[in-house]
Design a binder for this molecule. Structure first.
Ligand code: GRG
Ligand code: 1GP
Ligand code: MG
Length: 250
C-alpha cells in the first residue's frame, strides 16, 4: 500500500476523511474485524486502533487479523508505550500537549521511539489536545482540560505544534463525551495552521455532528463509541460518512 500520509493527503485533495476507532479492549480480534469490515462497507477510510487502557497482546492480535483481511490503513492511536504493533501500517506518534505530566508530553515518546523503529511502521507526528469534558483520557493523561468557551487555546497550540514540525493535530473531547468539540474551536485551529491535518473526535454520534465538525474545518473526523453502541455499524457509519462527504463538497 502507498504510504499512509500520502494516501490521506491524496483523499484530502477531493474530500474530508472518516476514521473508525476500535478499542481492542472492548471485543475479540474477530469481532473487531467484523466491525471494521462493516465500517468499510459504510464508507470509512481507515481504522484506528487504541484505547486508554489496553495491553500489547490485544493490540497486536487485533492489528494482525485486520492486516490480513482489510485494505484501508490501520493506524495505531496509542494509549501508552505498550500500544505498538508491527501489524499496523502507521502510528499517530503523539505528544499530549496539555498534559501536566512530562511523561505524556515527552517521556512516553522517548521510551516508545526504539519500539516504533523496531516495528518498522510509518510515523505520523501529532499534537494531541484534550478539551472539556475530556473523559477517561483527560483523567489518565493528567490534563489541564481546555475550557469549551476558549477556542483560541487549541489554535495557539496547533500553531506551535506546526512550528515544531508536527503534521497532524488532534482535538479531542474525550471518548463518549456528551458534547463534541465546539465548531468554532475547530475553525480557529484550522485557520491558525498552514498545512496541518486537523483531526476531530470525541462524542460524535451522528451525521449532523460529523457534518458540523467537517464543515468547521476538521480534515479527519473520528468516531469510536458509536460502533460499540449500535447494532447497525454499516448503516451508522454510512450516515456519518455521507454527511462528511456532503460537508466536503459544499
Ligand atoms: C507515542 C506513544 C507510543 C505513546 C504516547 C501516547 C500518549 C501521549 C498517550 C496519551 C494518553 C492517552 C491515554 C491516550 C489515549 C488515547 C486514546 C486511545 C483514546 C481513546 O480511548 P478509548 O478507549 O475510546 O477511551 P476509553 O478508554 O475511555 O474507552
Ligand atoms: O468514542 P468517541 O466519542 O467517538 O471518540 C473518539 C475518539 O476521539 C476518542 O479518542
Ligand atoms: Mg473506548
Amino acid at each position: 500500500m502507498e504510504m499512509v500520509e500520502e494516501h490521506i493527503k491524496g483523499i484530502l485533495k477531493n474530500r474530508k476523511i472518516h476514521f473508525t476507532l476500535i478499542d481492542p479492549d472492548e471485543q475479540t480480534p474477530q469481532e473487531a474485524l467484523n466491525i471494521a469490515e462493516e465500517a468499510i462497507l459504510g464508507g470509512t477510510d481507515g481504522i484506528m486502533i487504541g484505547g486508554s487502557t489496553v495491553n500489547n497482546d490485544e493490540v497486536d492480535e487485533t492489528c494482525k487479523i485486520l492486516s490480513e483481511n482489510i485494505e484501508v490503513p490501520i493506524i495505531l492511536f496509542p494509549g501508552n508505550i505498550n500500544s505498538v504493533s508491527k501489524y499496523a501500517d502507521a502510528i499517530f506518534f503523539m505528544s499530549y500537549l496539555n498534559s501536566t505530566n512530562p511523561y505524556w508530553i515527552y517521556g512516553a515518546q522517548a521510551l516508545a521511539a526504539p519500539i516504533v523503529r523496531q516495528a518498522g511502521i510509518e510515523v505520523l507526528p501529532m499534537g494531541y489536545m484534550v478539551v472539556q469534558p475530556g473523559g477517561t483520557v483527560g483523567w489518565v493523561g493528567d490534563a489541564k482540560l481546555v475550557p469549551r468557551n476558549k477556542p483560541k487555546i487549541p489554535a495557539a497550540y496547533a500553531m506551535s505544534a506546526e512550528l515544531l514540525g508536527m503534521r497532524f493535530f488532534y482535538i479531542e473531547a474525550g471518548s463518549g463525551a456528551d458534547k463534541p468539540i465546539p465548531p468554532e474551536m475547530v475553525g480557529y485551529t484550522k485557520k491558525a495552521t498552514e498545512d496541518m491535518i486537523i483531526i476531530v473526535g470525541g462524542g460524535i454520534r451522528d451525521g449532523e455532528a460529523a457534518y458540523t465538525a467537517a464543515k468547521a474545518g476538521g480534515d479527519i473526523i473520528v468516531t469510536g463509541t458509536i460502533v460499540e453502541e449500535t447494532n447497525d455499524v454499516r448503516g451508522k457509519i454510512e450516515e456519518i460518512t455521507s454527511a462528511i462527504r456532503k460537508a466536503s463538497i459544499e
